[in-house]
Design a binder for this molecule. Structure first.
Ligand SMILES: [Zn+2]
Length: 108
């Protein structure tokens, strides 16, 4: 069972209390953007094997969105943080690199 701590309300929520929102930190392109950019926004996802940054919603709790960093192979959760960011916090990146020295780092 996946257990994520919501950074908005501080509750450690089980997966059944949460709603998955897909990959985090996606550059969003809207009307008037180039077709290739819009296609990338709609369809292209990293689908990482290993460290992955995701959007989650505490749907059966406070209802707010947040981001989580976890390993898709082991389900190890490295941390959660506010959804109001354009990239993961530096201290979380350091924590992941310490645990996973081979990790290439955050790539947008
Ligand atoms: Zn919450």
């Amino acid at each position: 069972m996946l257990l994520l701590t919501c950074p908005n309300c501080g509750i450690a929520a089980e997966e059944t209390e949460l709603g998955a929102g897909g990959e985090a930190h996606i550059t969003r392109y809207g009307a008037g953007s180039a077709d290739d950019d819009f296609e990338t926004y709609l369809f292209m996802r990293k689908n990482a094997r290993g460290v992955h940054f995701e959007r989650w919603r505490h749907s059966n709790g406070c209802g707010k969105w947040f981001h989580a960093a976890r390993c898709t192979m082991t389900l190890e959760v490295f941390g959660t943080y506010s959804a109001q960011t354009f990239e993961p916090p530096k201290d979380l990146i350091k924590k992941i690199k310490k645990k996973r020295p081979d990790w290439e780092g955050f790539v947008k």
